[in-house]
Design a protein around this ligand. Structure first.
Ligand SMILES: [Mg+2]
Length: 368
């Protein structure tokens, strides 16, 4: 059994806890200081009720609500609070996982009173930090995470065998982790409306894997051996900028898929083929696993640099990663944390508005 703690409107709630004047007001936290030229990273519940949400341009948010309160994001403060809350959660002595800056999980298998435990955690977070958390409890992380969203804010929800069907029937598919973006839209287009529709067709999806917990934590899950994307150009291409743009795009696609599945890879394999060069491929393995698309891209470029003949004509290329492990990356340096948060924020935005809503500039060359 997994107990999933999800902070309610985390960044906005922290700002409101620090500054009582902001309490209960519609508030957005912007990623940059210019309140009209930024993106909403977090919205308070009063703002959410007006239809304002993260990922929205701030200008649009101010159109909806001109009196909106604005605070620019202070990452160090959020990370600090997040770490203190994780310490509180770990203090129960159960296996704990730092799932994201505002989500924490405990393995409560065998615990005699997981609901009491969840209430205790919620009460203590509220007492110590003056912000609320929602808790979900279920047999694995994907259902526990879903449960945590069902009575937000300030709720506790259990999904067990007795209410599973009833809960999934009334929960729209896009509430489910990984279904907020294009995948969810495509499935809805195919007639899947509720989580129950998906459960009937693909029960395995709801088995989840062990989330960020160590290997073998929950049983019966299949992890892919590799993740890859390849592309054949309409005609052979010699322009290095265009070739590099494709390497970047494929790396982005591979990295996104790794992160969606909570995985990281140690080995990056890259291949190219062309009319004169034949095909060439090589791999690059490092001790540390990564799911950062940019890192994957840099490693592909290292392989590309070794390709025979400088600047050959290229027709097809592919990026593949293997030696996969569960993503277990807790950056220590502030710069690494910022990068990690940035990646997560971009994933959320791309998940909401469709893949590649925000993409690296050089990828634009693949679109001409
Ligand atoms: Mg949250």
């Amino acid at each position: 059994m997994i107990l999933h703690v999800d902070m309610d409107a985390f960044f906005a709630s922290i700002e409101q806890a620090i500054n009582p004047r902001l309490k209960d007001k519609p508030l957005i936290v912007g990623s940059r200081g210019n309140k009209m030229h930024t993106v909403v990273c977090a919205a308070s519940y009063a703002a959410k009720r007006l239809g304002i949400h993260s990922g929205m341009p701030s200008r649009e948010a101010f159109q909806i609500c001109p009196q909106l309160e604005f605070v620019s994001a202070d990452q160090a403060k959020y990370i600090w609070t997040s770490e203190r809350i994780f310490e509180l959660v770990k203090g129960y002595g159960l296996p704990a996982n730092y799932a994201s800056i505002d989500e924490f999980q405990l393995d409560v298998s065998g615990h005699p009173d997981s609901v009491g435990l969840g209430e205790d955690i919620r009460k203590r977070i509220c007492a110590e930090f003056n912000i609320t958390a929602s808790v979900g409890i279920a047999r694995n992380w994907i259902l526990a995470k879903l449960a945590s969203k069902l009575h937000k804010p300030d709720g506790l929800t259990v999904i067990d065998e007795a209410n599973l069907e009833q809960v999934l029937r009334k929960t729209p598919l896009d509430k489910l982790c990984g279904m907020g973006g294009k995948t969810g839209q495509a499935l809805m287009f195919q007639g899947y409306e509720s989580c129950w529709d998906l459960y009937l067709k693909m029960p395995a999806f709801f088995e989840g894997d062990s989330g960020g917990f160590g290997e073998g934590f929950s049983a019966g899950n299949e992890r892919p051996k590799s993740v890859s994307h390849s592309y054949t150009l309409p005609r052979a291409e010699r322009n290095p900028q265009v070739i590099v743009a494709w390497v970047r795009l494929l790396s982005e696609m591979v990295g996104t898929r790794l992160r969606q599945q909570g995985l990281a890879a140690r080995t990056v394999h890259f291949y190219v083929s062309g009319p004169d060069m034949g095909s060439f491929g090589a791999q690059n393995t490092t001790q540390a696993a990564t799911s950062d698309s940019y890192e994957i891209y840099l490693r592909c470029l290292k392989v590309l640099a070794k390709a025979p003949q400088g600047n050959p004509k290229i027709r097809a290329l592919g990026v593949s990663v293997s030696q996969l492990t569960l993503q277990d990356y807790h950056p220590l340096l502030i710069e690494e944390r910022r990068r990690d948060e940035l990646i997560k924020a971009l994933d959320r935005i791309n998940g909401r508005f469709g893949d590649q809503t925000i993409f690296p500039a050089e990828v634009a060359l693949t679109r001409k």
